[in-house]
Every structure is written in C-alpha cells, then in structure tokens.
Design a protein around this ligand. Structure first.
Ligand code: SF4
Ligand code: SF4
Length: 277
C-alpha cells in the first residue's frame, strides 16, 4: 500500500518517495504525468513537440493535450488501477512549458483539493519560475525540475532560437542571457522556499559537454540538490548532431558527481507517461 500520510507537502520526507529524485524511490514508486500544458515561451533547437503521437517515447510527446478536469479524471482512473497503491507522484512536464500555461495551476489546484497525499511535481524551463513560485508554493508543489543547459549566453545562443518574456521576444545572446538569469534566480528562490530542486541538462557534445562542471557548481551554489545529465535526442536544429555515447555520459556524470548527486535512471519520459520508474 502506498503512503497515504501527510508527508506529501514536506519536500525532505516526500523526496524519498519520489522515483525521480531519490534512488530509494526508483523502481518502487509510480508517477503520472498530466499533459495539460501545450504552449511554450522559449524555443529550444532540439525541441520537436507532438500532441497526437502514440508511439514515440520522449519528452514533448503526448497522445493528446487534456483539460484540468480530464487530468483529474485520469488521476482517479490511475488510482483505481493496479498502479494505484504505488502512485506517489503527479507531475506536469509539458508537452510545452508548464509555467506558461494557466491550466497547470488549475490542475495542481484540483489535485490538491482531491488528492493532497500525492506529491506534486513540475518540470520547467525556469523562465517563469521566480515569477510563479508563490503560486507553486501555495499549491504545495514540492518538487521542481529546471532544464538548464548552460550558464554561458554564447552557448545558449546556439541552443535557444528565442525567449519570450513580458511581451518581449529576444534572440541570440540577449535571449539566452535573460533565460539563464531567470533560471538561476528561480532555482535560488525555489530552494530558499523549501522546494526540492533538480536540474536537468541536455548534454550536447561539442557545445556544452566540457562545461558540465561549471554548470553543476553554479546550480549547486543556488540550491539545486540533484543533477540529471540527459543525452541529446538529435532532432530539430540538432538533427545532424551526434548524441553523447553512454561512455561520455558516464564520464560526465562521474565528473559532476564530485559536485552534485547524479540522477542516472532518467528515462526521458513522455508528457503523458504513467507507470513505475
Ligand atoms: Fe520544447 Fe521544453 Fe524547450 Fe519549450 S522548454 S522549446 S517545450 S524543450
Ligand atoms: Fe523521472 Fe526522467 Fe521520467 Fe522525469 S523524465 S519522470 S525525471 S524518469
């Protein structure tokens, strides 16, 4: 039987039950991703989103985008199914940027009202994290993942096509610099607010692979507790790039592990994933 206790709102205790934040949670707990967030406020060069796809397994993909009410129903169904007793985590991870979609907040509100024992978790590009942190805290979202690929605007300019913030659309180093500044501020504030913060980094060989330690040091300084180095999926603007080999990824994880604990069991899940991790 899964925990029905009150630790869902306590990031430290609930982290042990979160399959993606704790080796203890891995393999023993279930999670459901609710694909309620189609829009995005930045353009990552490697992003190819699909809202009607049944057979690809990667972030940004969902069979369809659903409403907050449908999301609640989906959680009800999951709790009534075989995985129900093991379901610990409700996450919103796309298929776009969760914090750029009001339905993300409506969905977390419904989950809090109906199933406060579940851990609420969000995965974000970090651009709006500082701006929406109070809302996330009010809604008891205890686990926050920020995908952050570099702390260098020159590298960011080669990864991000554009950044849209407060009515402005920025490109090149200006856009990347703004994104990086908002990401680091968001991480720092979220950690200070008692959230458990994990950073996901897409490893792009030849672009950011030799800067992993610099990034790990900076996000640790801001309060991140875990680093998840994920291999590039070569698509979009990066279709011709060679993803990191497992050996390179392992080497980078080893280097970064001297700075921050590493998540090594990430499966790069779909935006509508459900099951054990
Ligand atoms: Fe795609 Fe996510 Fe990047 Fe937005 S933040 S462009 S949804 S990968
Ligand atoms: Fe966990 Fe990785 Fe899947 Fe996110 S994408 S739910 S971190 S395994």
């Amino acid at each position: 039987m899964g925990c029905l206790g009150s630790c869902a709102g306590n990031p430290k205790e609930s982290t042990l039950r979160h399959p993606c934040f704790s080796p203890q949670g891995h393999g023993k707990a279930g999670r459901i991703h609710l694909p309620v967030a189609p829009s995005c406020n930045i353009g990552c060069g490697y992003c190819v989103r699909k809202f009607d796809c049944a057979n690809e397994s990667r972030p940004g993909v969902t069979s369809r985008v659903i409403t907050p009410e449908q999301a609640l129903w989906r959680v009800e169904q999951a709790l009534a199914s075989d995985i129900g007793p093991y379901l610990n985590v409700v996450g919103i991870a796309g298929p776009g940027e969760p914090l750029a979609n009001e339905n993300t907040f409506k969905t977390f509100r419904l989950i809090q009202e109906h199933y406060p024992h579940l851990i609420s978790c969000v995965s974000s590009n970090g651009l709006l994290l500082a701006d929406r942190l109070d809302d996330l805290v009010k809604l008891n979202v205890s686990h926050i993942t920020v995908t952050m690929n570099t702390v260098d605007p020159a590298i960011g300019a080669r990864i991000y096509r554009h950044v849209r913030y407060q009515g402005q659309r920025l490109t090149g180093e200006a856009g990347a610099a703004l994104l990086i500044e908002r990401q680091l501020d968001g991480i720092e504030r979220a950690a200070a607010a008692g959230r458990t913060v994990k950073v996901n980094t897409v490893v792009i060989p030849g672009l950011n692979d030799d800067k992993v330690a610099t990034l790990a040091r900076e996000v640790k300084r801001r309060g991140a507790r875990l680093l998840n180095l994920m291999p590039l999926i070569n698509q979009g603007d990066f279709a011709d790039w060679v993803p990191p080999t497992p050996a390179l990824l392992q080497k980078l994880q080893q280097i970064a592990s001297a700075i921050l604990p590493q998540l090594t069991h990430c499966r790069q899940c779909r935006a509508d994933a459900i099951g054990w991790i």
